[in-house]
Design a protein. Structure first.
Length: 276
């Protein structure tokens, strides 16, 4: 009995190992990394990984892929520099085994040479019209609904949201610099296949259509400007300020009633009195 269990377990690992070596690495790369990285086809959300083995030692790569944030927190200078250069976009932990990480790294190494010199990205928004921009704005602000019922961008990407929700569990970026930092290719990849857990979940089964992606790109590019001194459209700013004002009032009200038990008590007493 014991022996059969042993053989079964052994066989299981053996089969897994063989499968992993064959297709596993490519699948793993495509599902876990390919949303944000290419090998030799240019930057997406993260850097092009072609030749990454020439840039870092193997041990560093293993640690970084296992948990980039842990490494950044530990103060590793190469990791910190990359994080800064990439606009502090968080690379999530892939939640795969060390063996799997090694197989993915081997896959990247194998394909680094093949991918080099690949075709450059061609813009899909050249020749966009003012109507496209306006439609993009309305989609972003939720004035026009998405065909597949996805949530409007402004529910999470309010220019001022960062000040209020900036804790680690839910930090939402001001998008005014995204276009300058990520380029059209990077922003497009995010819209077509959001890599950030919160945003991904919000759009699961509610993909943006090709036309919506197009118009949103036009809007984000124009309203982002060069990225240095980006201006959001004034309507958006006003909306943000009103929202901020409402939140300040809300929070002070919540804080007030929580802090001052005696006030509640006073109200309670008044109510009891008026009942009598
Ligand atoms: C959500 C997008 C995202 C995913 C998914 C992702 N990465 Fe990254 N990756 C980044 C970003 C952004 C950086 C730049 C460093 C930073 O911002 O932390 C990066 C940096 C790297 C680097 C260092 C690159 C260099 O030029 O030195 C390696 C190596 C890497 N990623 C490998 C992987 C592997 C392997 C996977 C899949 C298991 C993966 N990444 C999944 C976004 C991602
Ligand atoms: C449910 C909330 C939510 C919605 C709705 C949402 N996003 Fe996001 N988005 C996020 C989060 C969270 C991030 C990651 C931000 C971070 O890394 O700090 C993000 C990141 C981004 C980024 C990358 C920002 C950067 O510069 O690194 C872009 C671009 C973006 N979103 C565009 C959009 C657009 C366009 C829409 C509307 C179609 C949208 N998002 C809707 C939550 C959301």
């Amino acid at each position: 009995m014991k022996r059969t269990v042993f053989l079964f377990v052994f066989f299981h690992f053996w089969v897994n190992g063989v499968l992993l070596a064959q297709n596993g690495a490519q699948d793993l790369f495509n599902t876990k990394c390919g949303i944000c990285h290419t090998i030799g086809k240019g930057k997406l959300v993260g850097p092009d990984l072609a030749g990454v083995q020439d840039r870092h030692p193997q041990e560093w790569l293993l640690n970084f892929v296992r948990s980039s944030q842990k490494m950044i927190a530990s103060g590793d200078s190469a990791a910190l520099a990359l994080f800064e250069q990439n606009n502090k976009v968080v690379m999530p932990d892939p939640m795969i085994s060390d063996a799997e990480i090694e197989s993915v790294l081997a896959y990247i190494l194998e394909n680094s040479a093949a991918g080099a010199g690949a075709v450059a990205y061609t813009s899909i928004i050249d020749g966009a019209t003012p109507e496209d921009f306006e439609n993009g704005r309305q989609l972003f602000e939720g004035r026009v609904r998405f065909a597949n019922a996805g949530p409007s961008c402004i529910t999470c990407h309010n220019g001022l949201a960062k000040t209020f929700f900036n804790d680690n569990s839910f930090s939402v970026k001001d998008l005014s610099t995204s276009f300058a930092n990520l380029g059209e290719q990077g922003v497009r990849a995010i819209l077509e296949n959001p890599p950030f857990p919160v945003m991904k979940q919000a759009f699961t089964g509610k993909n943006l259509t090709e036309a919506e992606v197009h118009d949103l790109l036009v809007f984000l590019k124009k309203s982002g400007g060069s990225g240095a001194q980006a201006k959001m459209p004034s309507g958006l700013l006003l909306f943000g300020l009103l929202g901020a004002g409402a939140l300040v009032l809300l929070y002070s009200a919540l804080w007030y009633s929580r802090k001052s038990r005696s006030v509640n008590h006073g109200i309670y007493k008044r109510q009891i009195k008026s009942l009598n």
